[in-house]
Design a protein around this ligand. Structure first.
Ligand SMILES: [Zn+2]
Length: 412
């Protein structure tokens, strides 16, 4: 009897009783049963239901290791008949429905997936990365159930993200006020955006004051229709990226010319200059500044493109009144630049000018937007190998939606 109490204390099994402990093939097998008040409950809704049968006999759940020893809980897995969910395996207090792991094991795995590397989680927990994906999904569903992430949304960003070399796309929604990811769903079409708006509901759609996004019709049209009080503005992130792309087009063009005209030295130098050109001017190291000075000497065209791209970033850094003037000047300069990619960009911005200006009128800082965007992209890339977009979404929501559970020991 006393030993049982020790085991109960060690395993911290609320709502369960330890019946027996055995050592089997280097692993600890702990036989348990739910306490009377935890028995005969539906695995999905946890409502009390009449029993049905004994199911498939005894089952095991992997629990947190004892030191280096693997631990499994073992128990009967009877079935019950729920009014809503039909014949279903009864709930157990130590694990989530359909899981082969205890709640503590899953919470710790999810915490590690958020806070450490892919390799660290798999090796420390001794589970496959794919399995971590499924765990993340269960933990997210559980954490999300008790919360309304869409409550109080006023300023949001809607964006499209591609994962795994463009094979999967998803739509993500970010709360600009908290910097949190509040919604993500596979897809890149109007239907997906409408799913989000449906979930938000008519009342809350009316409360949305600002929506930042790319200038894609499948986002802007449903948003304008349903969020009648919202100002739509073009995401600074996408504008800055468009300028970087234009610059890169010029760089490649100049580089190709240099190669073809027998200037291998120049070609080599330009190839290495890629990151220098992309970087914020004030963040350049001394050596990078030298590279930039060389470009100025060697190729006026490329240097002009560089200045144009840098200048466009500035409109999101100065007060709104100055930003209007700066944008005016930039558009004139780009149109006269004799650089086709920048002339194209100038045309696009002119067409969408109101939406571009709405971003700085409403004080949407590119730094914040870009930071969230970069974080989401990093998580999505790490989630590669999960084999389901929902697993990737779960990891993203745990990491960036504030849904990550504390480590099991923190609650102790
Ligand atoms: Zn049920």
């Amino acid at each position: 009897m006393r030993m049982q109490r020790v085991w109960n204390g060690l395993l911290r099994l609320d709502g369960a009783v330890v019946e027996e402990v055995a050592f089997e093939q280097q692993a600890l097998i702990v036989s348990v049963r739910p306490k009377a008040k935890e028995r005969d409950r539906c695995g999905k809704c946890r409502r009390r239901c009449p029993g049905y049968d004994q199911g498939e006999g005894r089952r095991r759940w992997r629990a947190l290791d004892f030191g280096t020893t693997l631990v499994y809980l073992e128990a009967q897995a009877p079935r019950v008949r729920c009014r809503e969910h039909g014949v279903i395996v009864a709930a157990v207090p130590w694990a989530r429905h359909d899981a082969n792991f205890t709640i503590a094991f899953e919470d710790q795995s999810a915490w590690l997936a958020v806070n450490t590397s892919k390799k660290a989680v798999s090796q420390l927990m001794r589970v496959a990365w794919r399995t971590v994906g499924w765990i993340c999904q269960r933990v997210m569903a559980d954490e999300q159930a008790g919360r309304d992430l869409l409550a109080g949304l006023r300023h949001i960003g809607i964006d499209e993200i591609s994962t795994a070399k463009g094979q999967t796309y998803m739509v993500v929604v970010v709360d600009h006020d908290t910097g949190r990811l509040v919604w993500a769903h596979p897809g890149r079409d109007r239907k997906t955006v409408e799913k989000f708006l449906d979930l938000l509901g008519d009342e809350r759609c009316k409360l949305i004051a600002l929506v930042s996004c790319d200038d894609a019709d499948w986002i802007t049209l449903p948003v304008s229709e349903r969020c009648e009080n919202a100002t739509v503005c073009l995401d600074p992130f996408h504008i800055v990226k468009a300028a970087t792309d234009a610059l890169d087009e010029i760089r490649r063009e100049v580089w190709n010319q240099a190669r073809r005209s027998g200037q291998p030295e120049l070609a080599k130098e330009l190839k290495g200059a890629r990151f220098v050109l992309w970087k914020n001017a004030e963040k350049l190291t001394e050596r990078q500044q030298t590279t930039l000075a060389r470009i100025q000497q060697l190729n006026q065209r490329l240097y002009r493109a560089y200045l144009l791209a840098q200048q466009l970033r500035q409109i999101y850094r100065v007060p709104a009144e100055q930003a209007h003037e700066l944008l005016d000047a930039w558009l004139k300069w780009a149109r006269r630049s004799r650089l086709e990619p920048f002339r194209r960009l100038a045309r696009r911005i002119t067409q969408q000018r109101k939406k571009v200006e709405a971003a700085f009128i409403n004080n949407l800082s590119n730094a914040v937007v870009e930071q969230i965007n970069t974080q989401i992209r990093l998580i999505m890339r790490r989630g590669f190998g999960f084999h389901s977009p929902w697993n990737v979404i779960a990891l993203a929501m745990l990491s960036l939606g504030g849904l990550c559970p504390p480590l099991p020991a923190e609650g102790a």
